[in-house]
Design a protein around this ligand. Structure first.
Ligand code: NAD
Length: 412
């Protein structure tokens, strides 16, 4: 037992504390959204594998790499709460130490684990560096012992660095334009003023580092490890996430270093697709998701202001979606039991269709140039963004007694 009153400690796009009960409440809200969307029976008839193991019409089996926050957490919740899926989650999180709080992803996972246990769902976790050989090995063992095989692999890692498991080289990602300096509007999250950012173009080293972290190499290694161990079920689906966004963020996102990494991930996914077709009759497809408030997106210049405006416009049009709504759609419309993915010309699932709708983007283009420090709260949903960011860490969640001590330790 380690009880403490925990308050947010925020600096820009980083918060160094997390509220365990607030994180649990967030997970429970997502579970409710997914349960309400449940249309299919909670089980899937899956064929026996070659080793004769069979889940006997049992639940969907899902491996989520990057399962503790953002899109990966939402995917795990959607699969568990909609289909009763068995899940193995891989993530890199810090547990509490005495009254020093753990990371939100640790508390989120503890909350999901509680739900899974109470509802008889298989759920197992691997906490460590997903890029390492050791964590891949541990995960392979756990998938084999707890799930037998996997029907769906969700790849949702977001990280600033990666150590190459063979060479020990440390790749560092940068969020920079390529070719020329980018000058654009952004919000200074500390001072809450609109300012102009100027970001120097990346060096070749910066481009290479970003592709090394967020490109396709690690995904490829995961799929090879799973294939080698014979753990991908017949017809298995592998889904990594990408982002395209509107032209106003292209210089810093899609045409920048991170976009270069996403192109590499998309290219690798095509190669993996061929490999899966010829081995297990499976499919690998990128899902292009919409912009949402997560720890990863808060770190990208321009994006928090863009999301603040996007949320206001999509909410007014009744189009608002959080990660859980996107992941419900991913499973329900595309990759859930019996689903057939609908894809664009590049074989990608487009969950960003509503964000990139012509009328939403027309309003973005009209309003964006007029945003200033004096009017940004009126023109955008910045207060919702700010609250949403704090909620990622379990703060400003309705119904929480933040002045009272809370148990800081949690079990996953
Ligand atoms: P996030 O920061 O909320 O989640 C990242 C996850 O990766 C966490 O579970 C974390 O524990 C895990 N992780 C990071 N480094 C790890 C490591 N070394 N080993 C094991 N686990 C590790 O991020 P997110 O915004 O949900 O992004 C997930 C994916 O979705 C990314 O590919 C991102 O580009 C994509 N995406 C995000 C957005 C957005 O607006 N946030 C939009 C479209 C696509």
């Amino acid at each position: 037992m380690a009880m403490a009153v925990v308050k947010p400690r925020i600096r820009g796009f980083i918060c160094t504390t997390a509220h365990p009960a607030g994180c649990e409440a967030n997970v429970n809200t997502q579970i409710q959204v997914a349960r309400a969307a449940r249309t299919a029976p909670a089980v899937q008839a899956a064929p026996a594998d070659q080793a004769g193991r069979q889940n006997g019409g049992g639940p969907l089996r899902v491996l989520v790499i990057g399962a503790s926050t953002g899109y990966g957490l939402a995917a795990r919740i959607a699969a568990g709460a909609m289909y009763g899926a068995g899940t193995v989650g891989v993530f890199f999180e810090r547990e509490a130490s005495g009254t020093k709080s753990g990371t939100p992803g640790f508390y989120n996972t503890a909350a999901f684990q509680r739900y899974a246990t109470e509802n008889g769902l298989i759920s197992a976790n691997v906490n460590g560096d997903a890029y390492s050989h050791e964590i891949k090995r541990k995960t392979v063992e756990l998938v084999e012992s707890r799930l037998g095989e996997v029907d769906v692999v969700i790849y949702s890692l977001a990280s600033p660095k990666r150590t190459d498991p063979d060479t020990g080289e440390i790749y560092q990602s940068v969020l920079s334009p390529i070719g020329e300096t980018y000058v654009g509007k952004t919000i200074d999250l500390n001072r809450e003023v609109i300012s102009e950012v100027s970001v120097e173009p990346a060096s070749d080293e910066g481009i290479r580092g970003t592709v090394g972290v967020m490109g396709g190499d690690d995904l490829n290694r995961w799929i090879e490890a799973l294939l080698e161990a014979g753990l991908l079920a017949d017809g298995a689906r592998v889904v990594p996430f990408s982002y395209i966004g509107p032209s106003l963020t292209w210089p810093i996102y899609r045409s920048g270093t991170i976009g270069r990494a996403k192109e590499d991930l998309e290219q690798t996914t095509k190669t993996i697709n061929g490999r899966l077709q010829s081995t297990v009759g499976g499919r690998a497809l990128v899902s292009v998701n919409k912009a949402v408030i997560t720890q990863a997106s808060a770190a990208i210049p321009v994006v928090p202001l863009y999301i603040s405006l996007l949320y206001r416009i999509m909410r007014e049009r009744g189009l608002h979606e959080d990660p859980i709504h996107q992941m419900v759609r991913l499973f329900d419309d595309h990759i859930g039991p019996g689903g057939t993915p609908s894809v664009d010309g590049e074989d990608r699932i487009r969950l960003d269709d509503l964000e990139l709708g012509a009328s939403v983007q027309r309003e973005i283009d009209e309003v964006w140039p007029t945003i200033t420090t004096d009017n940004f709260r009126a023109l955008t949903d910045y207060d919702t963004y700010k609250r949403g960011f704090r909620q990622l860490f379990g703060f400003e969640v309705d119904g929480m007694a933040y002045d009272e001590p809370v148990e800081m330790e949690a079990v996953i």
